[in-house]
Design a protein around this ligand. Structure first.
Ligand SMILES: Cc1cc2nc3c(=O)[nH]c(=O)nc-3n(C[C@H](O)[C@H](O)[C@H](O)COP(=O)(O)OP(=O)(O)OC[C@H]3O[C@@H](n4cnc5c(N)ncnc54)[C@H](O)[C@@H]3O)c2cc1C
Length: 428
């Protein structure tokens, strides 16, 4: 375990230093930096990207005045939330507070950002207050595209159909629905076409739901209705897990796009599936606030960015992180990647505020772990290096890869990864 922790810490340090480029390590001791302020940065969204950016803006140099605005009282992690749905973890295990960020000097405001005045450099909150900024960071995550699927908005609003694709009350309710299921009942999970947040996430969820049914309701059935032609991440490993652990319980159906929802019935192209528990993962786009600010210049769905600074290519002075961005080739929408975007942005903003050139050679990386049983895990990893000619990140040949097989050792790595990234983002 010590070795694992060493390698995780080393990886974190590597990720941080690659993104930072030439920055002096002024705040590495954890002490907030004093002296005259070099500028005001408002960060919208206290999830993986926004929290990390707020922390490192305070700790990496200059006395940046940082205000983080987040609608929720605390941070609830999507990573590990599938284990809560499977009954292997509790909500408290994936919930953290913002006191660590306050301790490094971030002003944390609980509130809803309702509008952005990019020309006036101000954000407006739903309570009527306003915050002025020199640079703005948006890391609002995703919102759902419900219009293309008749009945879906009504089904989600009814409180009977859960998405649980933003961790929180929906995670709890989906778990309760599974607990209330009769033995012999039917659960259905629908997966949208890519791109969506966390490519392996739906298949991990399928494993977690099936692991619960296998022990608690063995006569029940789980239908995994995938709009895509095949499993989108770690395919061979998930196929092995489905067969090895959940044969007879879990049925995977590719090319099954959800066309309509009618009560608890999922209407597909050639079939209607009536489920006792229907979990719809809807199609996704960047969060509403990014759309309302006019940032979605890629397919009207995602925000294009300059990868050296994470600054929007649509509206100057606004930096966009995480799931809301139009990704570089093979770059996943993950918490790990949002954390890396945040480090590129924090370093670049400090340099821009000080009138210095930004790092021209950033490198970011990603590891996504997936639980296939309560203990056994598989991973996929990649390293992405900025390519000056094409002005985008490209995967480094020979970097990364996937597990050869699921293992309990990787299960320990996965939990260590989660603890480390929460601590890194939230200054715990
Ligand atoms: C089931 C599941 C499992 C996953 N597992 C993994 C995993 O193992 N590893 C991994 O790396 N990734 C995983 N992910 C993906 C990961 O959760 C996301 O990629 C990550 O959360 C993206 O970070 P973000 O900062 O872009 O958005 P988020 O973390 O979603 O943060 C956005 C924040 O902005 C706030 N917000 C939005 N709009 C406003 C507004 N107008 N005003 C105020 N606040 C606002 C929201 O409340 C939210 O807190 C998983 C996702 C799911 C759904």
């Amino acid at each position: 375990m010590n070795n694992n922790l060493h390698s995780l810490s080393r990886r974190r340090l590597l990720g941080a230093s690659a993104a930072m480029g030439g920055l002096a390590l002024a705040g590495c001791t954890g002490a907030p930096i004093s002296g005259p302020s070099i500028g005001r940065v408002v960060v919208v969204g206290g999830g993986f990207g926004g929290s990390t950016a707020a922390r490192y803006l305070r700790q990496w140099g200059g006395n940046v005045d940082v205000t983080l605005v987040e609608r929720n009282a605390g941070f609830v992690s999507c990573p590990i939330s599938n284990l809560v749905i499977g009954g292997h973890k509790q909500m408290a295990d994936i919930t953290r507070g913002y006191d660590g960020l306050r301790a490094v000097g971030v002003k944390v405001v609980q509130g809803e950002v309702s509008a952005i005045d990019a020309a006036g450099k101000r954000v407006k909150l739903a309570n009527g207050s306003e915050l002025a900024y020199d640079r703005l960071i948006l890391s609002p995550g995703i919102d759902f595209m419900l219009d293309g699927t008749p009945g879906l908005a009504t089904a989600l609003a009814s409180g009977r159909v859960m998405h649980a694709w933003k961790a929180g009350p929906q995670t709890t309710t989906l778990r309760q629905q599974l607990e209330a299921l009769r033995d012999g009942g039917v659960v259905a999970i629908t997966i949208p076409k890519v791109p969506y947040r966390c490519p392996p996430g739906p298949y991990e969820r399928a494993c977690m739901v099936a692991s619960y049914l296998k022990t608690a309701k063995p006569r029940s059935k789980l239908l995994v209705l995938d709009a895509n032609p095949e499993i989108q991440s770690k395919k061979a490993l998930f196929e092995r897990a489905f067969k090895q652990h959940y044969e007879g319980i879990l049925e995977y159906r590719p090319n099954n796009e959800l066309k309509e929802v009618d009560g608890s019935t999922a209407k597909l192209e050639f079939d209607d599936v009536r489920a006792d528990v229907l979990n719809v993962i809807p199609p996704q786009r960047a969060g509403d606030i990014a759309r309302n600010a006019g940032l979605l210049n890629m397919n009207n769905r995602w925000a294009g960015v300059n990868w050296l600074t994470m600054e929007s290519t649509a509206v100057p002075g606004i930096h966009v992180l995480g799931d809301a961005t139009f990704p570089a080739p093979l770059m996943p929408k993950s918490g790990h990647m949002a954390n890396q975007h945040a480090k590129v942005a924090a370093a670049a903003i400090i340099q821009l505020l000080q009138g210095q050139p930004v790092n021209q050679t950033p490198v970011v990386m990603n590891t996504c772990y997936s639980f296939v049983t309560a203990t056994d895990v598989v991973h996929v990893a990649s390293v992405h290096q900025y390519d000056a000619k094409d002005k985008t990140f490209k995967t480094v040949p020979g970097s990364g890869g996937v597990s050869s097989a699921a293992s309990a050792t990787e299960g320990r790595y996965a939990l260590g990864w989660a603890d480390n990234i929460w601590a890194d983002a939230l200054a715990l």
